[in-house]
Design a protein around this ligand. Structure first.
Ligand code: HDE
Length: 683
């Protein structure tokens, strides 16, 4: 007997589950849908009908849900917030966002890795993008920067080569999100101009602890233009209020397994908790005379202007206080363009910047599919915008009238003549540009080694050891020996000692130095370049993992949590099981299970264990690893005396960072660099 259709199960989520407040489910064209669980069939068990327009629309849309990912900076995390001017600069720039103290401008910021795909991990060794869209009263200004102040190459024409070399190798499709392979080191060893940025990327700057703890730099030189039209060169800087902090390489590598989304989650969680990330915004103002007196060309993006020569002036702050509502609509669809500039700011002739002015606009067409990408809500200016560009795919505006050309005299007949150019609009600052047409690299760009050397000399010994070890690690993944040799030859021009350490680390003989294009000069060191010299001891933004188990003392855990929170940190409880664990009194559930919450996820750890539990956990590799790695990653370890069996099993030797629980909130504000010699052989 045929089944009665009305008796068939409807599946979950049918009409029956609707509440009064539910929005009506419709097709894309507004037709109310009665069943979102079953396709239209010829008979209860028969074939699906082509007629099923509801099914077809749903699958059709799904099939096209992905858009091409960014060729670089594909993996990113973003947030909304505001910029506030704290020290107006009308004498330097007529930009409205810098005009008045207290003036606030809405921003959207996207942080990113460079080399990996959109689904890759957050903590590889890489440069990080730091792109800010300011929705100003006079249009969007996009400051599309990085967390490293210099760039690998001097001329935009080398960008495709650089990126091809660092991305996964063309034939094999690996490695993903890693520079440790033949083609990258082949390219950089043949292009000594990359040396300065290579040094930064190989230093701890390449493995930031959090997006909230990174500097940001505009990298390219720009100009500020005041109301009279006078110009000065400018470099833009972001300085995080939490200070800069980095991971340890072993930690960042392990995090790639434990939490792919380590940085994305950290940013999201902080904002959800109302712990809003904040940066100071500073400028380096460089007039022509100062620019002429600098040892390097202001137009060369492989150089910094040391802040000891031109100090930073803080003129604003940025607060990120709202997470995206939709990852795709905002993070994926946001389109940053260095060519998005506002009156009062202008471009310099930096040949890298000049190439960028073309690339970003062009890439949006292939990524977002239409010249109308500026109408997507995340990209649309918050101020009114109007011009006579018309039509195109996905035009969502409905311009009225027939004034789609200029000039026109339609207003003389009483018709709307459309938008007109105003003399107060953006004007390129006049500049003398006479010269021969040439395809060359200027002589003033020739010195590739003085600044890498200055960078190296500015680091602490411990940071130098990290950097040397990072190069050893990367070159050890390079299969072609002649590439390693060429790199060693180049490193000799940075520092003989560095080159020797890398050679020793690889068990290779140091080859002769390569010949630099220009003789390097000695530069003063700069403490601002070192992370450790700038370390701000604070618990703010840092997370403490508290390991407990059966029988632990509830009051101790609560007291410790409160103390951590009082200092601005976050406490996260970890236990072998997440459900209710029996404590000395009552029971408590953990935030994370031990096997899934290794100590790499925390800045410090606490052990609140009974003697029995410590003895039991001393037989458990996850618990031993928890403590062993916290120790090897130079973290503070707070513990009750009863935890001794586990500490001993993990090989922990008492030092300044191993403390009673009462001292943990203070101890957890730093890493214990002096411990490193005991736990790791560095180059
Ligand atoms: Fe980019 N870069 N870039 N870049 N870049 C892109 O634009 C490019 C450079 C930076 O979160 C692309 O929309 C060229 C320097 C960031 O959406 C692309 C050159 C700096 C982001 C592009 C450079 C950056 C990008 C890919 C050499 C630091 C991510 C997707 C002339 C100042 C923005 C896109 C986001 C993205 C081209 C060099 C930073 C292909 C040709 C220098 C932060 O257009």
């Amino acid at each position: 007997m045929a089944e009665k259709i009305s008796d068939l199960p409807r599946g979950n989520g049918g009409e029956t589950q609707q509440t009064d407040t539910s929005q009506k489910l419709t097709t894309n064209h507004g037709l109310p849908v009665s069943d979102n669980q079953n396709s239209l069939k010829a008979g209860a068990r028969g074939p699906t009908l082509l007629e099923d327009f509801v099914l077809r629309e749903k699958i059709f849309h799904f099939d096209h849900e992905r858009i091409p990912e960014r060729i670089v900076h594909a993996r990113g995390s973003a947030a909304h917030g505001y910029f506030e001017c704290t020290d107006p600069i009308p004498e330097l720039s007529r930009a409205k966002l810098f005009a008045k103290k207290g003036k606030k401008t809405e921003v959207f910021v996207r942080f990113s890795t460079v080399a990996g795909g959109a689904g890759s991990v957050d903590t590889p060794r890489d440069v990080r993008g730091f792109a800010t869209k300011f929705y100003t009263d006079e249009g969007n200004w996009d400051l599309v920067g990085n967390n490293i102040p210099v760039f690998f190459i001097q001329d935009a024409i080398k960008f495709p080569d650089l990126i091809h070399s660092v991305k996964m190798e063309a034939d094999r499709g690996f490695p993903q999100a890693a520079s440790a392979h033949d083609t990258f080191w082949d390219f950089v060893s043949l292009m000594p101009e990359t040396m300065h940025t290579v040094m930064w990327a190989m230093s701890d700057r390449g493995i930031p602890r959090s997006y909230r703890m990174m500097d940001g730099f505009g990298v390219n030189t720009f100009k500020l233009v005041n109301a009279e039209g006078s110009t000065v060169f400018v470099k833009f800087h972001w300085r995080p209020r939490l200070g800069i902090q980095s991971l340890i390489w072993d930690e960042s590598a392990k995090l790639q397994g434990a939490d792919n989304d380590f940085h994305r989650r950290d940013l999201w969680d902080a904002i959800e908790a109302g712990d809003f990330p904040e940066w100071d915004f500073a400028i380096q103002v460089i007039d022509q005379a100062t620019a002429d007196s600098l040892p390097h060309d202001i137009l060369d993006a492989t150089k910094i202007v040391p802040e000891e020569i031109v100090p930073l002036r803080v003129i604003g702050r940025m607060v990120l206080d709202r997470n995206p509502s939709n990852h795709f609509a905002e993070n994926e669809q946001v389109a940053f363009l260095p060519s998005n500039i506002v009156p009062g700011i202008d471009f310099s002739d930096d040949p890298l910047l000049q190439g960028r002015l073309f690339s970003y606009l062009d890439t949006q067409k292939s990524r977002l599919g239409t010249t109308n990408f500026h109408q997507i809500p995340i990209n649309a200016p918050r101020c009114p915008f109007a011009n006579m560009q018309r039509d195109g795919m996905m035009q969502t505006q409905v311009p009225e009238g027939r004034a789609n050309y200029e000039p026109n005299s339609l207003p003389e007949a009483g018709e709307d003549g459309g938008p007109r150019a105003m003399s107060s609009g953006f004007r390129t600052a006049p500049q003398d540009t006479q010269g021969e047409k040439l395809r060359i690299r200027p002589e003033s760009f020739a010195d590739h080694y003085s600044q890498p050397r200055m960078y190296w000399m500015s680091l602490t010994e411990n940071e130098q050891a990290h950097l040397a070890s990072a190069i050893v690690f990367e070159l050890s993944k390079v299969g072609l020996n002649h590439i390693r040799l060429r790199m060693l030859s180049n490193l000799r021009n940075v520092d003989q000692g560095l080159a020797q350490r890398v050679a020793d680390g690889l068990a290779m003989t140091l080859p002769p130095a390569s010949t630099p294009a220009a003789t390097p000069i000695d530069m003063d060191t700069s403490d601002a370049l070192s992370i450790q010299k700038r370390w701000q001891p604070t618990l703010q933004g840092r997370k403490v993992g508290i390991l407990f188990d059966e029988g632990s003392d509830q009051a101790t855990i609560t007291g410790l949590t409160e103390q951590i929170q009082k200092f601005g940190g976050t406490a996260f409880t970890v236990a072998p099981k997440v459900g209710g664990i029996k404590l000395s009194e009552g029971a408590m559930s953990a935030d994370g299970q031990l096997a899934g919450s290794p100590s790499w996820m925390f800045d410090a750890v606490a052990l609140v264990l009974t003697e029995d539990a410590a003895a039991r956990l001393a037989q458990d590799s996850a618990a031993i690893g928890f403590v062993q790695d916290a120790y090897a990653h130079l973290k503070a370890i707070g513990h009750v005396p009863e935890a001794k069996a586990l500490l001993d099993r993990a090989g922990v030797q008492a030092d300044d960072g191993t403390v009673p629980l009462t001292d943990l909130a203070k101890a957890a504000q730093q890493r214990y660099w002096d411990r490193e010699a005991k736990v790791r052989q560095l180059a």
